[in-house]
Design a protein around this ligand. Structure first.
Ligand code: ADP
Ligand code: MG
Length: 327
């Protein structure tokens, strides 16, 4: 199979190229894709690279790898409050294995349809299994949520539950694919790792409500909240955070898997959950309360003027390990 056949057979397919409601003037096949932006919309772009055995086990099912690769990339659009529109795929493969490619394209297409994002181009090369996905999204110019916008007095919220994907890692590393007979807790944890739910609708809803500051949690709550504090301190004076550790949302699955102390430790430091962490002035609390009541978001603390992250007793939060860093 030539490179061009490979692209035609697996990627230049309607299940990937006719997805969503944002057409491409020109998609796969030429030197560039051509895209027209709607009036008064800003383009939000982000790229993520997933390397086999660093971000996922090389032995994982190709369908899971394809789905997860697009989901984690789209999460950055959610964090900005952008609506997904188009993506490109740079794929490096050790060999052209037909069944692997068919499964990978299937998972990718499931994710593309789930998130309404259309494949418009890419690059295909041979080498160690590596997947780079660049996602494009649309956002109202005044609405994008930035890391740098946290202000003293803001309330801090997170979406969903934290720590599940980190708890899943232990299993995923020793057994990349879900064993056939396993508990529902373990299968829920695998699901959290391989099928993250980027909070696309929530991100757009928050941006529309006037939330100005958000990040997606890919490295762990402490690390990612730390990024908000650093960027906001650069933009204004120093800021810190006070967290109510007892309020951290953790799933029943996680609590039944590990003891309470470990669950909260994973919720603070575990990466890969792809939930949103955002800050909002207290005046927005009434508009946010339906989301709190529905269990979509949880109030976990507030932004203070003291640098650092402390608990409600003003003790610096000590954890076993900080968020994952590649270098
Ligand atoms: P060029 O040599 O101009 O870079 P390529 O031969 O790499 O072009 O790619 C041919 C066309 O196929 C381009 O439109 C490119 O965007 C698209 N393409 C290549 N690889 C992929 C892929 N993995 N997924 C989607 N489109 C791809
Ligand atoms: Mg090329």
């Amino acid at each position: 199979m030539s490179e061009f056949q490979l692209i035609a057979n697996y990627f230049n397919q309607p299940s990937l190229t006719s997805v969503g409601d944002m057409p491409a003037e020109l998609g796969i096949g030429d030197d560039c894709a051509l895209l027209s932006l709607p009036d008064q919309q800003q383009l939000a772009i982000s790229i993520d690279t997933l390397v086999a055995d660093v971000h996922f086990p090389a032995e994982a099912a190709a369908e899971q790898i394809g789905y997860r690769a697009l989901a984690v990339s789209v999460s950055d659009l959610a964090a900005m409050g952008a609506k997904p529109s188009w993506f490109t795929l740079a794929l490096t493969l050790p060999e052209s294995d037909r069944s692997w490619l068919a499964q990978f394209a299937k998972g990718l297409s499931q994710a593309a349809n789930q998130f309404d994002i259309r494949l418009v181009g890419g690059d295909t090369t041979r080498g160690y299994l590596t997947i780079s996905i660049q996602v494009h999204g649309l956002v109202d110019p005044s609405r994008a949520m930035l890391r740098s916008k946290a202000a003293v007095g803001d309330l801090i919220y997170v979406s969903g539950t934290l720590g599940d994907a980190a708890a899943a890692l232990k299993y995923v590393k020793s057994q990349p694919n879900l064993p056939e007979f396993t508990s529902s807790v373990v299968s829920q944890l695998y699901q959290r790792f391989y099928r993250p739910e980027p909070r696309i609708n929530l991100g757009q809803r928050l941006a529309a409500l006037g939330v100005k500051c958000a990040i997606d949690i890919s490295d762990g709550l402490l690390a990612d909240l730390g990024h908000i504090l650093e960027e906001s301190a650069k933009a204004d004076h120093s800021v810190g955070a006070k967290l109510d550790l007892a309020a951290l949302p953790v799933s029943q699955a996680l609590l039944s898997e590990v003891d309470n102390a470990s669950a909260f430790n994973l919720a603070l430091t575990g990466g890969d959950d792809y939930e949103l962490c955002f800050t909002a002035p207290p005046q927005l609390a009434p508009q946010l309360s339906p989301l709190v009541e529905a269990g979509d978001i949880t109030l976990i603390g507030k932004i203070t003027a003291q640098p650092g992250i402390v608990d409600i007793y003003d003790q610096t939060i000590a954890v076993d390990q900080p968020g994952y860093q590649h270098f």
